[in-house]
Write a protein that binds this ligand. Structure first.
Ligand code: UTP
Length: 280
């Protein structure tokens, strides 16, 4: 299966950090956010990755490219451990890139992938959204897609007063953590939908989504919304995700994600706790 990682957005909620630096490249603890996303795709069995980028996003390509000068310098200095880490990033995956010329929304970003994807089901992982769980979010979706043969998206409960920040779905439970989705609305008003199940940023989509996006008028914020196109598909399943989700879209989420990953590093967490005790 191929994966599409949309990463062309301007990241206006995280200015000025994102003025010349893609938010997908902001470091979360010790690596850029988008590297976690690619690692999730690879660990889920996906080996063909297309990143949708845009102007001012060249550092994404540079990060996954070979860096001769850096490797040479590290090698000469005998810094073998770091050299290995640098080479691992370069060899992580075969990545293709396509540019979204006008930022017309997530639906439009997915449309940029049509030629690369062809007539096959594919995964979408948002480039600014990191998941953390024992069972990989994308792998769970692939399993549900394989069982039901329909598009599958990851969902989770969010506080009811926060639904206007998410794509929200109404769904009925089918079995375990699997739901059949009845309706979807992008960033609804509080009384517009009686559900607090939010879309997480991981999808397995059947290729008929491209036609549906083409038929979709601009929606919330004047953008072509993937959520609106999804609501035109014949049958979509939701898979409830019980891990952690970090949307690197604003300062608070970004700091939380860095602390979380730092706390998972045994070499480092005690020092971090000592430091944080001064504030608590
Ligand atoms: P967001 O809506 O969170 O990203 O899209 P944004 O537009 O950069 O954010 P703000 O509102 O300006 O702060 C989720 C993901 O989809 C990509 C983004 O790069 C992000 O990774 N995206 C969004 C695109 O690739 N193209 C778009 O037109 C919109």
């Amino acid at each position: 299966m191929k994966a599409v990682i949309p990463a062309a957005g301007l990241g206006t909620r995280f200015l000025p950090a994102t003025k010349s630096q893609p938010k997908e490249m902001l470091p979360v603890y010790d690596k850029p956010a988008i590297q976690y996303v690619i690692e999730e795709a690879l660990a889920s069995g996906i080996d063909d990755i297309l990143i949708v980028t845009g102007r001012n996003k060249r550092s994404i390509e540079d990060h996954f490219d070979k860096s001769y000068e850096l490797e040479y310098t590290l090698q000469k200095a005998g810094k073998d451990r770091v050299l290995k880490q640098v080479r691992n990033v370069t060899n992580l995956a075969d990545i293709c890139y396509v540019r979204q010329k006008d930022l017309k929304g997530l639906g439009d970003a997915i449309l940029c992938a049509e030629r690369h994807i062809g007539d096959e089901p594919f995964a979408v992982l948002l480039g600014d959204s990191i998941t953390k769980s024992p069972q990989l979010c994308t792998k769970q979706l692939i399993d549900v897609f394989n069982k039901y043969g329909k598009s599958a998206i990851s969902i989770r409960e969010v506080p009811c007063d926060k639904i206007c920040s998410y794509g929200i779905v109404e769904a009925d439970k089918v079995e375990g953590n699997v739901y059949k989705i009845n309706s979807l609305i992008e960033k609804p008003k509080i009384n517009q939908i009686s559900s607090n199940l939010a879309i997480v940023g991981r999808y397995i989509l059947t290729p008929d989504i491209f036609d549906k996006i083409n038929q979709t008028e601009p929606g919330f914020n004047g953008e072509i919304q993937l959520t609106d196109a999804l609501s035109k598909l014949d049958g979509v399943y939701g898979v409830k995700f019980d891990g952690k989700v970090f949307n690197i879209e604003n300062r608070l989420e970004w700091i939380k994600s860095s602390i979380d990953f730092a706390m998972s590093d045994e070499e480092f967490c005690d020092d971090l706790i000592d430091y944080m005790k001064r504030f608590l």
